[in-house]
Design a binder for this molecule. Structure first.
Ligand code: F6R
Length: 260
């Protein structure tokens, strides 16, 4: 696991966007795994700037969203498909037809989840998965207790997650759906590369477990310790509980320029 603790002058999103831009440069039809929520916003803003400046094109990139609320109407502004259209697709040259998410309005949820797994597989798998992390250690919406071998399925959101996400629903926790469809942990682990961004003190405990804790379904993100190509990009606050923070900083400073 590559742990990058950014300085206050750095933008974690730009570091993640660099990795995405390098990938798309090599492979213009790369498959990206797309997270929603606050964490990826700085990545998406940076990608939008690069597309506007003409230094990057996402026109052939395919995107697979991590998760979707169950039951939110198609035109609801917080439906994740609408969020990703607003935060990323509409601000870049991504083709909306090449972006897919789990169908939170499907009549047959298990069939929709299986179809989503097939779609990812048929696209050749995810080349680079963008992740945030929940304060309770979830990735995607794989809440504590999720099977580390899980595939795309329906999950019940924890009260903590619904409280955290109430800020997108005018502070009303009852407006936050109780269920979601999420890529499973095994689905996420199949991505060839994973870039996780976490900022703020509220993520410090989850980041501590993610990087230095024991692998456990209680802190689902800890499974990423088993993935061979994970980059975790942190600010000082989210890194504040890391025991080896100094070592991660030294490692980064001592890296050859081509690896920065
Ligand atoms: C969103 C997702 C979640 C979020 C996590 C952190 O698609 O899968 O795992 O990444 O809840 O949310 P933010 O970034 O809003 O703090």
């Amino acid at each position: 696991m590559d742990v990058i603790i950014t300085s206050e002058h750095e933008n974690p999103g730009s570091i993640a966007a660099d990795a995405i831009a390098r990938l798309v440069d090599r492979q213009p039809d790369a498959v990206l795994g797309l997270a929603t929520g606050s964490s990826p916003l700085s990545i998406y803003a940076d990608l939008a700037d690069r597309v506007a400046a003409g230094t990057l094109s996402l026109a052939r990139v395919r995107g697979f969203m991590l998760d979707e609320y169950v039951g939110l109407p198609a035109d609801h502004p917080e439906r994740y498909r609408n969020v990703i259209d607003r935060d990323l697709v509409s601000r870049t040259d991504l083709d909306p037809a090449l972006v897919q998410g789990p169908d939170g309005l499907a009549a047959d949820i298990p069939a929709a989840c299986a179809a989503y797994e097939d779609a990812i597989h048929d696209a050749g798998g995810v080349d680079l998965q963008i992740l945030g992390i929940g304060a309770d250690g979830h990735i995607g919406f794989n809440e504590p207790g999720s099977s580390l071998g899980s595939r795309t399925r329906i999950k019940t959101l924890t009260r903590q997650t619904r409280e955290d996400n109430a800020r997108f629903f005018d502070g009303d926790i009852d407006a936050v759906p109780a269920h979601c469809l999420t890529q499973g942990i095994a689905t996420i682990m199949e991505a060839r590369r994973i870039v996780l961004v976490a900022v703020g003190q509220g993520k410090a405990e989850a980041v501590h477990h993610l990087v230095e804790g024991s692998i456990s379904a209680l802190w689902p993100a800890t499974v990423l310790q088993m993935h061979p190509a994970v980059t975790v990009i942190l600010d000082a606050a989210s890194a504040s509980r890391l025991q080896l923070a100094e070592y991660y900083r030294q490692t980064r400073a001592g890296r050859p320029a081509w690896q920065q």
